[in-house]
Design a binder for this molecule. Sequence first.
Ligand SMILES: *Cc1c(COP(=O)(O)O)cnc(C)c1O
Length: 514
Amino acid sequence: MLDSHGEVNSEHRHSLRPSSLDLTDDAMQSLAAQSVALVMEYLADVSEMPVFQHTPSAQLAERFSAELPAEGEPVEKLMEDCRCIIAGSRHSGHPRFFGYIGSPSNPVGVFADLIASALNQNVTSWRAAPAATEIEKIVVRWLSSLIGYGDSAHGLLTSGSSMGNLNALLIAHRVKSQDKVSRNGLWDAGTPMTVYTSDQVHLSIPKAADVLGLGRDRVRIVKSDAKFRLDISHLRECLETDLSNGLRPFCIVASAGTVGTGAVDPLAEIARVAEEYGLWFHIDGAYGVPAALDERKRHLFEGIERADSVALDPHKWLFTPVDCGCLLFRDAPAVRTALSFTPGDYLIVPQETEAESFAFWDYGIELSRRFRALKIWMMLRYYGVRRISAAIAENNDLADYFAECVSAAEDFELLAPVELSICCFRYVPPDKRAKLLSADGVEREGINAELNRLNAQILRAVQRSGRAFLSNVNLCGRYALRACIVNFRTARADIEATLDIVRDTARSLSAAPE
Ligand SMILES: *Cc1c(COP(=O)(O)O)cnc(C)c1O
């Protein structure tokens, strides 16, 4: 039935044909109220829940093993099962979740994703999603200026930094393949092309090389120094060796916040090398670059503005819900030329301005893309940059505090300098500590192997306890317990409690060895 404006009135729209998936107003109210209640309950309770409750896979599978439903079920039943899903989840929103790089979603992001899903824009191009495209362009510029990459950068949101890094390496490879002239004449088209990065690199880089058909061995691994930062003189050595062996370097990938210890490679020095050798300079800042919002850390990111591209993950240290990565680059026309499927002259519909013929597919790999920009846009506007920066700075303070507590204790050892918000340490029983100091090389290796076993047991027991969640990393043969703090709920008391939990666990393991 049409109303006076010639539109189907809402009552009639909702008089449901059997084939319609729309809901009656009552059903809609009930679904909305119960879903929102569940979200509110979760966000209110998450700090008090066990961080993790280990349930064997078979038991979880059994719990959810309902038949494929031929007929619909009541919302109440679905909500009940969602509570089981919550119980079977690991909670990165818990204040003592320190594993991997797992951050809680800020509440604004939760509801922004709801709105984005309702609107269901497929953000492939301006034509398909005009407002969402404009918002994404704004958000990309905001992110770029936030991390000190300048406000004239271009880019796009991605599923995460694995996709961002892959996208960047694709661009780098295409752009640099076009160079004709080498140091000693002309490049031979068949010359193997190589990329340089430190031994602390995230696995997404070798994976990207694999996907691009380069192969992992084209990723040349440069040594890192005592602070786990890329060693510049070794970088130069690797480049010279490869060049004299007839290989063709095309890209350096720096880590700005390594996944292991949070080290930031010397960006300005790497920029200089990249410029000197004519290489693409990409920064993997997935975890670390939001730390540039903390004044005290900004100096670590000097040189970022000289990178050709930067990947970062708002779904890590900007607290948006997954998934949300971002790839930034400076030279948009070069990227479009490198990736566009209609080389030189990409598709322009004559009536459209350049902005209106804009398509994300000219810059990235994904075609269908959800409206990720909304959750960043809403979050930044709701909180403002000052509050977000304060949360990040506090995480850095907490990591420093973590390291202080570790260093002050007789039975803990700090295993890496704290540069951003990651603290790596291990438990060392006091008697072992004395022995470690006086031991010779062989003996020390033996004690180290024992400590590795002990700390691996500690990690597993702490995770299973549900009281705190750490992950681990191998640092030069030493098994480190690793705490990454990207969490606006964590406070000093959580750090103290976590160290007590680790210590108690260690003592009970020593009392009753497995
Ligand atoms: C997390 C991370 C990645 C991968 O990002 P995803 O969003 O998980 O795909 C890459 N590099 C670093 C340094 C990371 O911390």
